[in-house]
Structures are given as C-alpha cells and as structure tokens.
Design a protein around this ligand. Structure first.
Ligand code: MEV
Length: 350
C-alpha cells in the first residue's frame, strides 16, 4: 500500500489576470490536504477508484472520459505499467469548488502515490506538468498556477506567457521533456500551446498570518473563468486595463513580501479585491466577509481563487487574529482556516 498527499492553495494576488499573462502570487495551504492510496488488486481486476468523500466508486472501463481516469491511464502508460491491477482510494480535507485547489491537490496526491507505488522518481516539475493536463480536463484553459503551487508546495511567483489568442490549447511537441528529464508524452504536451511559464520562488522577509474564510458556496472554477473570457471579448480594452492593474499589484505585493512589510501588503489585497469586483467575479457573500474582516481589524482582505463563492483571505496580526476570526464566523463564514507563511529570506530555486 502506498499513500501520498498534497496541499491546498490560495492565491494571494493576481487570479484571473494570470490566465491572461499577468503575474500572480500563490501560497500552499499545507494544513488542508488531499490523499491518495494505491493498493495492489487481484490479477485481472484492472484499475478501480474509490472516492468516499465524493460518494463515488468507478473503474477505468466504466468512466474512461473522467479526467481522473484519463490522468491515471496516461500516467500508467508513461511509466510502462499499462494494464496494472490496482485499487485507488482518494480522500480530501479540501472542499471541492472552494477556490482552495482541491482538484489540483487530488491529482497531485494521486500522481505522487502512483509514482511511489511503481517506484518511479518524479520531480515536482514533472508532477506539476502531468497535473496540468488533468486541470485542462476540468476547466479548459487553466493558467497552470494551481498545479504549480500545489506540486512545489511553496510560495510561487507565476507568469504565464501572454497567449496571442485565448482559445483552448491544442497539444503538440515542446522541449518540456529535455527540461524535466522525464520521458513523457503527457509532460511533452504541457505548455506547448501556451508557452513555458516563469515560475520563481518568493522571498518572504517576515512571517504572514492569514485567515481563510469559506463562504460555504461552491463554484466551479471554469464558470467564472469562462464568464471573464466572454466579458473580455466584449470589451478587450477595459479588461486588458483591469488585468494590467492586477499585474501591477502583484509586483507590489512581491516587493512588500520581500521587505517584510505587512502594512503595505494589506491595502494591496484590498485593491486586488476591488479589481476582482470590477472583473465580475466577486459575490455578495464574498464582499460581506471581506468587509467584515477589514472592519474587525484585518490589514487587508480579498476573495481568493476563481470567485462567485469559495473563499476569501484576510491578512491579520497577532492582536487582531481572534477578533477577525470571530467576526467572520458571526458574519456566516462556514469555516475558517488559519495559516502562517514562514519567512524565507533566501529561497531555493523553484
Ligand atoms: C484559480 O485558482 C485561479 C484562476 O486564475 C484560474 C487559473 O489561473 O487557471 C481563476
């Protein structure tokens, strides 16, 4: 039996604009995780999946088009164990469609568990590349930030090259194989249509305490992403200007993190939330929790992830953390997570 796990994530700054080539900052949420267990199964039984949290069990043969089935089929072919007889059990603390990267976390835990079970070494970049393919199955044109922060499990600065069009990518060859050293048709197709992203570690000079407030509303990432695309097509100049403003905030947020300047970071989160409202991905519930957090003393607050539900984040200090937490619960937050991002003055290369 082999078990692996992967964390959730939050976007500190830059969601949606990141799909259009602007930079974004993402942080792992190591306190909530997805888990995958792989067990050998009787000969001839093939691959069967059991996901009690989803209330689902299925076999590869029954649901070949399911993105998780496809991920497993491709990975088993890549690592030369097609036709394996295994039982895969998936579970997760991360609510689905909550903006905390549950899909990327489940896929990452699964890829790690399969690689370990079949004694294949996969570096984080290869895991991220494989998970990206699976993310495409769920929402078509992901930027790649979720799979990256989850697979590396560290704060990242992520910039996808600006696409010349915003159509769903079509796979073709690339130099990914040479880059990762992982001989994989899955990896080699990644980034081919969208170009290789810039992924850099982030210097964090002082620890950050964040509260993650869950509205309890679920929203699939692909819906607001598709709506933003539609709105941008209707008014390219306005949306490109909004995305530029978000990108500028991401640069300032990176500088504030590097300087350990929490007081400067707070208002940047506030401004990011205002821009996300203008982009059209907030909701009354998110706005309420963001306003309540600020009113209770948070240094700054914003929605995090795709929006229309899911979670918001609030930057807090020791003296205000408990006040903000109580205020969020009183305002109807379904759940609050507390996370601290450790200072990391000299980050390793990502
Ligand atoms: C979702 O976590 C972040 C979005 O920007 C989508 C993406 O980057 O693929 C909304």
């Amino acid at each position: 039996m082999t078990t692996s796990s992967a964390p959730g994530k939050i976007i500190l700054c830059g969601e949606h604009a990141v799909v259009y080539g602007r930079p974004a900052v993402a942080l792992p949420l190591s306190g909530v995780r997805a888990y995958a267990e792989v067990d050998d199964a009787p000969p001839g039984s093939g691959v069967c999946f059991c996901a009690p949290d989803l209330g689902r069990s299925w076999t590869l043969g029954e649901a070949p088009d399911d993105p998780i089935s496809q991920l497993v089929e491709r990975l088993l072919a890549d690592i030369h164990v097609p036709g394996a007889d295994i039982r895969i059990t998936l579970s997760s603390d991360i609510p689905i469609a909550s903006g905390m990267g549950s899909g990327a976390a489940i896929a990452t835990a699964l890829v790690r568990a399969l690689a370990t079970h079949f004694e294949r070494a996969l570096p984080p970049e290869a895991v991220s590349a494989i998970v990206y393919e699976s993310e495409r199955g769920y929402h078509g044109t992901p930027s790649g930030i979720d799979n990256t922060v989850v697979a590396f499990e560290r704060p990242v600065w992520f910039v996808r090259p600006r696409p010349t069009d915003y159509l769903p990518p079509t796979a073709s060859g690339s130099d990914e194989q040479a880059h990762t050293g992982y001989q994989s048709s899955v990896v080699s197709s990644q980034w081919s249509a969208v170009g290789r992203p810039t992924i850099e570690p982030i210097a964090i000079a002082a620890p950050l305490a964040l509260l993650v407030g869950d509205t309890g509303l679920r929203s699939q990432t692909k819906l607001p992403v598709a709506e933003v695309r539609r709105r941008r097509e209707a008014d390219v100049a306005r949306y490109e200007a909004l995305f530029d403003s978000v990108g500028a905030l991401a640069h300032q947020a990176r500088d504030a993190l590097a300087a350990g300047d929490r007081a400067a970071l707070g208002p940047l989160l506030d401004r990011n939330h205002t821009l996300l409202q203008e982009i059209g991905v907030s909701s009354p519930e998110l706005d309420r929790l963001v306003g309540v957090a600020r009113g209770a003393g948070a240094l700054g607050a914003k929605l995090s992830g795709a929006g229309w539900g899911g979670v918001m984040i609030a930057l807090v200090e020791e003296g205000t953390q408990e006040l903000v937490r109580r205020a969020l619960l009183a305002a109807g937050a379904a759940r609050i997570l507390e996370t601290t991002v450790a200072a990391d003055q000299v980050p390793d290369a990502v």
